[in-house]
Design a protein. Sequence first.
Length: 189
Amino acid sequence: MAALIAITSVQKVSAQTFAAGKSGLYLTAADFVQNKISYEINCSGNDKLQVHALFGSSTVTVVQNGQKKAFPKKQLYGYRDCHNRNYRFFNGDAYLVTDTAGFFVYSATKTEAGPHGKGWVKSDKYYFSTGGDAPLQLLTIDNLKKAFPANHRFQYELEGVCKTDKDLVDYDVYTKSYRVKYLFSQSTK
């Protein structure tokens, strides 16, 4: 269900419009905001963008016209894949950008110890940042209150409407947004 919400929100909620079929790197947060892709990849050709997510690799490789070029993740803002999804790098990991209106919301699938410490389970985790280049924080009611201390209306709405942190990412098909994003937009009117 959470994966469906993330996919739906990427398609419907994002405040930015991106050209379909173009993949490549965002060198800076400003490039992301301006939709400026560097080292553009032709998704229908032989070009490739290799993020190397396994084993904590610190590089991204771009293959254009048979030529390989490696980039340290710490020197990049993020990338767009051939499915028109945007990712931001933070502390060496890639986070899916799911919404940019008001503040940024990200998601990532994390592997954690299962119930009672048995086995491993994958779960979707949500994060936010107050701006495109601000640090990522776990999306929780407490972290949002600390991030927006002057927005009292938002804080009261969070307390009144969201009973748990999971309520923040409930997706409303009528407003076409996460609950937290709707509450934030209403608090700034």
